[in-house]
Design a protein around this ligand. Sequence first.
Ligand SMILES: C[S@@+](CC[C@H](N)C(=O)[O-])C[C@H]1O[C@@H](n2cnc3c(N)ncnc32)[C@H](O)[C@@H]1O
Length: 255
Amino acid sequence: MPGRPEPTTAPPPRLVERRFRDRIELWTETVGSLPPVYGERWKERPDGAIRSFEPGRSKLAAAVVKGWRGPLPRPGERWLYLGAASGTTASHVADLVGRDGRVYAVERSLRPFARLLSVAHRWPNLFPILGDAREPTAYADLVRPCDGVYADVAQPDQVEIVLANAALLLRGPGAAVVVALKTASMGRDRTAAGHLAKAEDGLSETVDLAASVRLDPFHKGHYLVGGRQRGREGGRRSDDPLTPPRAPPRGRQRS
Ligand SMILES: C[S@@+](CC[C@H](N)C(=O)[O-])C[C@H]1O[C@@H](n2cnc3c(N)ncnc32)[C@H](O)[C@@H]1O
């Protein structure tokens, strides 16, 4: 379609991949400051520090190593992160969107939230929200329309949770929906493959899915699932290099 960039599966610009014969190392160009969030390695470079993005600790990193070709956060984007815990992956998502982007990080448990707050002091584009992802209307006033949602709440109804947040808080067609599935927390009525198929079915009603990837051996019984919201024409793809500035909707107090 003229005028609209093709979707790209190129790695996001702030993700550094180092390929060795038998493994891939991932790093993110960081917008944060030391100390490390979870013991990851930091390296100073002339144009800024990078930090190792560990597939054994982050399902998003594991998915990239395992060949995920679906959407990833890109510079300038706003992402909603559900189930941020103490910020291991959320801090890397904040690195990927860079200083012009932002990450709204929702977590409902106080203990990890306290650690997330201390990470947010060092990551200027990370906005922690103490809240229940099942109640998106409770935090909608704090969140400007997002280019993507990443969910990792490890709940049996996670797909419903994600779809409710996506309908309310994503900017519309073309926005990214990415879900880390922990099949062990989805009930005993299905096999892992059965849970995956059910989640894909639920998401596919509104999302054009990329190929799901299995996260073994990094995260046993986990998958990364997702793609882009479908809709009528006019949606800007979040593969665009920069999110254009938008006026906050009326009544929203904070951006
Ligand atoms: C698997 S951990 C997340 C790990 C994190 N995403 C990472 O990679 O660094 C799941 C988190 O989701 C949180 N959680 C579970 N249900 C939630 C809900 N309904 N709303 C918000 N957070 C929730 C849990 O408290 C927990 O911290």
